[in-house]
Write a protein that binds this ligand. Sequence first.
Ligand code: B1M
Length: 235
Amino acid sequence: MAQDQHPDDDIDLAALATDDLVEQMHEDLYDGLADEIVEGTNLLLERGWSAQKVLDEALVEGMRIVGIDFRDGVLFVPEVLLAANAMKAGMEVLRPLLSESDVEPIGKVVIGTVKGDIHDIGKNLVAMMLEGAGFDVVDIGINTDVDGYLAALEEHQPDILGMSALLTTTMPYMKVVIDTLRDKGLRDDYIVLVGGAPLNEEFGQAIGADAYCRDAAVAAEIATQLMRERRTAAA
Ligand code: B1M
């Protein structure tokens, strides 16, 4: 075998039964093999899986396993970065399917990960699902400070502000942003939605967000519902 080949190179993904393919994809994600993740994602779609099922059972589940070994010190940042890149490669295949929408935009969202935090996979997924639900989404990226949020709100005039945080150390920054909006008399101009693995409903309420969103699908549902309520109240 050539030196730059991975030992799994000779696994023919297309020849695997679907259960085995999904398990192999968890391993490939763990090993950060982006090409294999793209191939596996396409194969599952060809076999009739919905984009949502591929996302949940092959990609998000694979990343959950990575997260456990990261927490336990088995995997380190460089390996997890490779896994994240592989996950993103799979998400790119799913993007057009998750974000396709025939409806007129029902609202506009500005979304970003808060200051000090560079995790963006969950935020990217939320952006895709919101697009799929008919929202116009402006993704302002990671490590966003309060001035960054304010500038984006001013520039894009959205209906909704979405914030993501994956670290217990960065989630309090969401309150800084919400408090600043309140101090400037801007809080009621926007629906504020927050999400990220360490958050919960209570935290969302405590910091004065309109809603905490457990996952991307819930974010799309809540955004749609709150937009409707807002339109009805304004009518
Ligand atoms: Co990080 N990391 N990481 N990491 N990382 C976690 C979050 C951690 C839980 C791992 C662990 O210990 N088990 C832990 C946090 C512990 C804590 O604070 N309690 C952790 C740590 C400690 C760190 C570093 C500090 C490690 C270090 O340097 N020693 C460091 C911090 C860097 C920084 O941000 N300043 C770090 C770095 C990294 C990488 C760069 C290597 C990489 C990020 C790559 C990237 O995102 N481009 C990374 C990764 C990949 C993870 C894990 C393994 C996976 C996160 C992920 O993408 N999940 C993660 C462990 C885990 O969560 N299991 C971990 C998949 C994604 C689909 O789920 O992001 O939860 P999630 O998003 C969901 C929902 O939460 C929700 O919807 C999404 C889709 O359904 N949601 C929203 C998210 N945002 C939303 C916004 C909304 C609505 C819903 O707005 C409306």
